[in-house]
Ligand binder design. Structure first.
Ligand SMILES: [Zn+2]
Length: 576
């Protein structure tokens, strides 16, 4: 695992100005991010079966099930390899959590950022961390720390299954600490469990310091290095959600099941010469898939040429596709090659294929079948070696039934259809995409890196995105422009000047009425009094119109009049 890719020293300094050196004495409980602020990042979305920690999807798993998994891993792989695997899984969590803290609290004090890892580790239910001391010096690149781990979940499970032994058992926790601190620090910091309950100690104790300051660090590195494992490692092999850059310079991003299904289909067909039909809603990323398919194909060195048939007037599409001979029609002053010729040896991507006229469809069919074309107004036959990827957001079968699309062409194109899922069916990719677009637009607009407020993020995770990935991209770009540099992007920045979509406007701030009314034990509420005040206010706002005041409070006129009279009698009695 290349730690240097995670965070460079300059990134860290950029993230936290003045972040040079410090220690645990500079940190106190009330420093941001506090325990409560971190806990606020955790939210449940049971309606759609998801739990989020900020923008990361989480799992709530029984500790005993984890114990069973761990036992099976040890049984199947042996203790050493199981330990490596779990250390690396913990490492990934640590890296993710460090990203979370950096993103949400870019201005937080350095010691508090380091300490946040101990609290997130606790929030996630693995262990209660008690920092004994830690100190760091960015310039010198030195880190040192010592922590106690109380009631580690992994330790409990290990002891249930294996009893006491001579080796530490908190593997995932150790990996987590290494991942969190190393990715924050930009250097490899190795944590080692020097005492463990699984070895008979009272409490687990860990020490962390720079890799070069440990003797025999190869031992620790062995567990971290997946490449050294003698079997294909699934924990790291699946980690890169960012696939290589597509031709357009934009990576194809996704980790969701729906995305993976489409991507696997794409990988399967890419090296074959087959014609591919991409189907999916507008904005779902069909061109990105197409260019990626091209890059994975044997034609990757050839050109990738795209044409959106909907963007060109119907009478010009044929000329655009097949080229023109001089004098073919008014304005054709010189001969020029069409997209087919320009895609020679490469891939031609035809978006919105259903917009092609029936004569154009006939020529396309011929090009696909005979591998030859004729320019408009020409009589010469040109051989073409082009792979066609077509795309549509319409139901082509339906177009065939209506007589708008040639059936033979449909079957010629529909050799290997791939459905590109709409963004609402791959919600798990929203955080990845938000992160990608944030980084892109912050760089483009020369802004410091920023994140989203909690409510903006929650809103995006609930939103249906009728415009798909393109809409999300536009929202993030708008958010970056509308917010001040360094300011977290909030809902009004994203949906600037537009009414909030219904599915976002619904969730009210989760403040209960008693809090809003400032009620507590010292300031109790008098319910009758509150009712009387509401009635009076409604009446005042309605300028004495009882019917209007009643409507404001959801009462009939008679109900309002009755309550109002009762309140006044009650008030008069209290005054006596
Ligand atoms: Zn332990």
């Amino acid at each position: 695992m290349a730690l240097s890719e995670r965070l460079s020293l300059s990134d860290l300094q950029q993230v936290a100005p003045g972040f040079q050196r410090g220690d645990s004495s500079a940190w106190n409980d009330s420093a941001t991010p506090t325990q409560a602020e971190l806990a606020e990042c955790l939210f449940f979305s049971p309606g759609d079966g998801r739990i989020w920690l900020n923008d990361q999807r989480m799992l709530l798993m029984h500790a005993s099930s984890f114990g069973a998994l761990r036992r099976e891993l040890i049984g199947a792989l042996g203790q050493e390899r199981a330990r490596g695997l779990l250390t690396r899984v913990g490492y990934l969590s640590g890296v993710r959590d460090a990203e979370l803290v950096r993103k949400r609290w870019p201005q937080a004090d350095a010691a508090a950022i380091f300490a946040a890892g101990t609290r997130l580790h606790g929030l996630e239910g693995l262990v209660r961390v008690e920092p004994l001391h830690f100190e760091f010096d960015i310039e010198q690149g030195r880190y040192g720390g010592e922590f106690l781990w109380h009631h580690s979940a992994e330790c409990d499970e290990h002891q249930i299954a294996h009893g006491q032994g001579s080796d530490p058992a908190c593997w995932m926790e150790t990996g987590y600490a290494i991942g969190y601190v190393s990715s924050l620090f930009g250097r490899l910091v190795i944590f080692r469990e020097v005492e463990c309950r699984a070895m008979g100690h009272h409490v687990c104790r860990v020490e962390g310091r720079n890799a070069e300051r440990w003797p025999d660090v190869e031992e620790d590195l062995r567990y971290l290095n997946a490449a050294g494992a003698d079997t294909p490692d699934t924990t790291t092999a699946r980690l890169p959600a960012l696939l290589p850059l597509a031709a357009a310079g934009q990576p194809l991003v996704g980790a969701s099941a729906a995305f993976n299904t489409a991507f696997r289909a794409l990988q399967r067909v890419a090296p074959t010469p087959a014609t591919v039909l991409l189907t999916g809603e507008s904005g779902a990323g069909k061109e990105l898939f197409a260019s990626h398919l091209h890059r994975l194909s044997r034609r990757a060195d050839g050109p990738f040429v795209a044409l959106n048939c909907a963007a060109i007037p119907e009478n010009l599409i044929e000329a655009e596709l097949f080229g023109v001979e001089r004098g073919a029609f008014t304005g054709a002053n010189q001969s020029r090659a069409g997209r087919f010729e320009r895609a020679q040896g490469g891939t031609l991507f035809l978006d919105e294929i259903a917009c092609l006229s029936l004569p154009g469809q006939g020529k396309l069919l011929r090009a696909l079948q005979e591998r030859e074309i004729e320019r408009v107004g020409g009589s010469r036959t040109l051989k073409v070696d082009v792979r066609v990827i077509a795309a549509t957001n319409l139901d082509l079968r339906e177009a065939v039934r209506r007589g708008d699309f040639r059936e033979d062409l449909f079957y010629r194109l529909n050799v290997y259809p791939i459905g590109i899922p709409p963004l609402r069916d791959r919600r798990d990719d929203v955080p990845l995409l938000v992160d990608l677009f944030l980084r892109r637009f912050c760089a483009a607009y020369e802004r410091p890196p920023v994140g989203l407020t909690m409510r903006a993020l929650k809103a995006l995770l609930r939103y249906d995105f009728p415009g798909n990935v393109r809409e999300l991209q536009n929202l993030v770009e708008r958010g970056v422009i509308a917010s001040d540099p360094g300011e977290l992007i909030d809902l009004p920045h994203l949906f600037r000047g537009e009414p909030l979509p219904d599915d976002l406007a619904a969730p009210a701030p989760a403040v209960d009425w008693l809090t809003r009314l400032g009620v507590d034990a010292d300031r109790p509420l008098h319910l009758g009094q509150l009712e009387a005040e509401l009635l009076d206010e409604a009446l005042a706002r309605s300028r004495g119109n009882v019917a209007a005041a009643a409507r404001l409070l959801g009462l009939s006129r008679a109900q309002f009049a009755y309550r109002h009279q009762r309140a006044r009698r009650h008030g008069a009695r209290e005054l006596d």
